[in-house]
Design a protein around this ligand. Sequence first.
Ligand SMILES: *Cc1c(COP(=O)(O)O)cnc(C)c1O
Length: 340
Amino acid sequence: MIDLRSDTVTKPTEAMRKAAFEAEVGDDVYVEDPTVNRLEEKAAEILGKEAALFVTSGTQGNQIAVLTHCQPGQEVIVEAESHVFYYEGAAMSAFAGIQPRTIKGVRGAMNPQDVKAAIRGEDIHFPETGLICLENTHNRAGGAIVPLENMKEIYEIAKEHNVPVHLDGARLFNASVATGIPLKEFAAQTDSVQVCLSKGLGAPVGSIIAGSKEFIAKARKWRKRLGGGLRQVGIIAAPAYIALTEMVDRLIDDHVNAKKLAEGLGQIPSLRVENEVETNIVLVNVADTGHDANSFLELIKKEEILAVGFGPTTVRFTTNYDVTSEEIDTVIDKIKSVLS
Ligand SMILES: *Cc1c(COP(=O)(O)O)cnc(C)c1O
């Protein structure tokens, strides 16, 4: 199988498995796991924040950020197709007692003036705006890079109104590699940030959230409340450290492969690439093949190719560490021949 369902499907490298085996460990609930501490210090440094916390998943990291920044009864401004709104099972309502306020973006970027207009003024009828969430790269916008300038403008507005900003940077490494802008410049436009180590970077498990010391101290408690206080967790922090320090530059390969895939599939008359491919995601509209997304996925599965549905007639392909450039050629050839 050539698995292009997600960049989460990558298996840990041999170096990661070896690092897990050899990791020095302690009880992380007592902050005594040296491998976790080393990972958190390194992540804080790379993200330009005072402190960082290792969490089990991107979803957990985003929700800890919401819980830490907000109070029940508040409202969080989110992009209408953001992961935190679209794909996290309404966790902000279920756990934090928060109501989301959606704003439709363009290529994942909200218009700063729309954000400004959505911030609530004082009124007994209104919820208070507790947080603004950004996402970069933006998954449902096809791995689109939200421009640094857009983030800056929103952060300025947020500061004027005393509203914190959280960045869902599950794929912020992709944005950084594609633009050459260091992670800390993106992270500087937010109060907190979540980055996934288990996507393109290939760690088996884990995300990082980063922010001020005070934010991380509160976040640590929320992680414990959610049952995310793990013990000898250096076992998974060791591969995560390799992901963070050795696997970032390789993301460029995924981007090159995604562009190649988009070009190849774009030449097939019945397929239409929906997004301008900037990073590792290709969205393909299959309507003209006579298939819907599900039947198209069945068709290519028989050719030993896996992707995911992303709308009634849209299919998402995500390039990743376990898929080579030659395999991208194979995917293009097989899809071309099965459709002809
Ligand atoms: C994958 C993803 C997450 C969640 O990460 P999990 O580790 O799967 O919980 C959050 N935000 C975005 C944009 C993602 O793509």
